[in-house]
Design a binder for this molecule. Structure first.
Ligand SMILES: *Cc1c(COP(=O)(O)O)cnc(C)c1O
Length: 355
């Protein structure tokens, strides 16, 4: 098989999606599967569809277009605020978009109305993580304007935590979202179809909360793909964490010192590296680099240490493992590694099992 490659076990992903759908469904929460970590792979989306997922979210309209054109019959939500220049594609390919800017919503409304369409939108509320979101104090006038616009329909509210600021989606944060949603519903005489409480990081809140309030929706990416609770990166019980296996090939294997010798200046990426002297070690170079993967977010499945990576070379300490040139090494991937692996044109995508 070609290397480097990412082996994708579709049955494990389908299993994770099925388990999470049942878990969240037990308290009345629907999930949208977020596919941005896998570049909207239609093969993966199809496996999730077969396991009961009916809604997909992606931050890129190109990924949504790709899944749609592959014939997947589901709801597609654009989970990043549309760029003004892509508004027409959003109306064409997305069923719903998440929004925070009135100028962009006006554009969506104008273009949708022109085509005789009504574009459903969800407003995102800032609750402290400081990525996207309307400040709670600004949301009321925004809703007042949005519900008066022809061409868009306000179908819900949402929030996103634990992404930029690492802010935990606590019971208090979720109650705050429910209270905002409840007040707006009352004040404007509307009903929100969707109150979207967050992402994979909402797991601990969900299992411990006595009452989910008005929250009836979550957008779940990493928990399906990598099986973990993203607040701690611990495995969610009953889920697979190894649906993805990255494989790369050894192209050099030599015993060399652990510390570079000579006058030390900047490395290939503008940093001045510091290495501890641990004597000689067996060093393997794998044909895999920063163009393919985030080397700090992978874990060899053998007892090797990742020493670092340049654009096209990954360097491992493989002392005592008996590796040979031409051997393959398998890795677990973290989210940022997965993202880059799936994006790299140089890493072969190998889908295992299922259809
Ligand atoms: C990426 C993203 C998600 C999914 O996050 P995970 O941690 O992968 O579950 C949900 N909502 C928004 C707005 C996102 O950008």
């Amino acid at each position: 098989m070609p290397a480097p490659r990412i082996e994708i076990e579709l049955d494990k992903l389908a299993h994770n999606a099925r388990k999470l759908t049942a878990l969240y469904g037990s308290k009345g929460i629907c999930i949208t599967a977020v596919t941005k970590g896998v570049c909207g792979s239609p093969r993966i989306a199809n496996a999730l569809l077969n396991s009961g997922i009916r809604s997909f979210g992606d931050s890129r309209i190109a990924n949504i277009q790709k899944m749609r054109e592959a014939g997947l019959d589901a709801q597609f939500i654009l989970i990043r605020s549309p760029m003004p220049n892509e508004v027409e594609r959003v109306i064409e390919f997305a069923d719903v978009s998440l929004n925070t800017e009135i100028s962009i919503i006006r554009l969506l409304a104008r273009h949708a109305a022109k085509r005789g369409k009504i574009q459903p939108i969800i407003l995102m509320i800032e609750l402290g993580d400081l990525r996207e979101g309307i400040l709670p104090s600004d949301v009321e006038p925004m809703v007042a304007e949005v519900i008066g616009l022809r061409g868009v329909k306000l179908i819900g509210l949402g929030t996103n935590l634990a992404c930029f600021g690492g802010v935990r989606p606590t019971e208090a944060k979720m109650q705050e979202l429910s209270v905002i949603a409840g007040n707006l519903q009352q004040q404007f005489g509307i009903t929100f179809e969707i109150v979207s409480g967050g992402n994979s990081a909402n797991y601990q809140w969900f299992v411990s909360t006595p009452d989910v309030g008005l929250v009836n929706h979550l957008r779940i990416g990493e928990a399906i793909l990598l099986g973990c609770d993203t607040l701690t990166r611990e495995r969610i019980s009953g889920l697979y964490t190894d649906a993805f296996t990255l494989v790369a090939e050894v192209i050099e294997l030599k015993t060399k010192p652990s510390r570079p010798y000579g006058e030390i200046a900047q490395d290939a990426f503008g940093r001045v590296p510091v290495f501890e002297d641990k004597g000689n070690m067996e060093r393997a170079i794998l044909a895999l680099g920063r163009q393919d993967v985030d080397g700090s977010a992978i874990k060899p499945r053998i007892k090797a240490d990742v020493l670092g990576a340049s654009s096209d070379h990954l360097i491992l300490n493989v002392s005592g493992l008996g590796l040979q040139v031409g051997d393959e090494v398998q890795f677990d991937v973290g989210y940022s590694a997965l993202l880059r692996v799936m994006t790299s044109a140089y890493v072969e995508k190998v889908y295992l099992s299922q259809t």
